[in-house]
Design a binder for this molecule. Sequence first.
Ligand SMILES: *[C@@H]1O[C@H](CO)[C@@H](O)[C@H](O)[C@H]1NC(C)=O
Length: 332
Amino acid sequence: MRLLAFLSLLALVLQESGTASLPRKERKRREEQMPREGDSFEVLPLGNDVLNPDNYGEVIDLSNYEELTDYGDQLPEVKVTSFAPATRISPAKSTTAPRTPSSNPTMTRPTTARLLLSSQPNHGLPTCLVCVCLGSSVYCDDIDLEDIPPLPRRTAYLYARFNRISRIRAEDFEGLTKLKRIDLSSNLISSIDNDAFRLLHALQDLILPENQLEALPVLPSGIEILDVRQNRLRSSGIQPVAFRAMEKLQFLYLSDNLLDSIPGPLPLSLRSVHLQNNLIETMQRDVFCDPEEHKHTRRQLEDIRLDGNPINLSLFPSAYFCLPRLPIGRFT
Ligand SMILES: *[C@@H]1O[C@H](CO)[C@@H](O)[C@H](O)[C@H]1NC(C)=O
């Protein structure tokens, strides 16, 4: 019972720290999702919800999930008492301190940054003055970044959302072999060097929605979640067998792009593929099911979205036999 109370308190503190750095609109939306008194608290709320078609809003918004999982491995290190002061300072506010020296004596940021640095003797990078470094997480949300900053070697989670990054270079993530999650939502990224992510063998979540990408670079095979919603992806920008070797890929979010075909072959690990609001007019018969193997099934793949495309799904009746559920889209 006390553990439950502690977890709830921690979740609230973390949620507070996560929302503090977001633009107002986003923050408000998150606040509406905050747990209320009496709500039960689950450690992994997304696990079961993710395939429920009534819940697409939440499926798309992985933010609540990520905050819990990211901090999960730090629980033993971080005490709520010592953690609380750091969370009051949002990264957005913090940048004004190092960049434009302020006469305002109540500006607490530099002190906090120094405290954080001194408690982490292995890296004294200026990035942790501009961003917030906590354990293996680096938070650089909403601070007008134009490039990926140099990152501490042990960075496992990078958040650089709501910035103005326009390009990812091959050397930006060089040697960062511990990276598990890169979240660059809502930037201006229009190009990524082909090798930028290739050697990140630990990378599980690559989160790139709301950018200007026309093509995907080479992707490491350990990725579980690939989110490239709301970009300018064209089918010619996805290599023909890009996803086949990604045997851990579970969530592929490619909605609101300019794709004119369903990318394939899709790995058997896939649970969710979102392709709504593209320009898809037709599909290969074997894109989901192998027509030679009438007994095979893809139980995992429960969530296919093809709505908002010009395709008439009724024209491909033999394409779905192995699926546990029909794709969502226009059947007429
Ligand atoms: C879609 O395809 C089905 C099956 O061939 C056909 O009966 C229906 O008229 C088509 N609908 C449209 C809107 O083209």
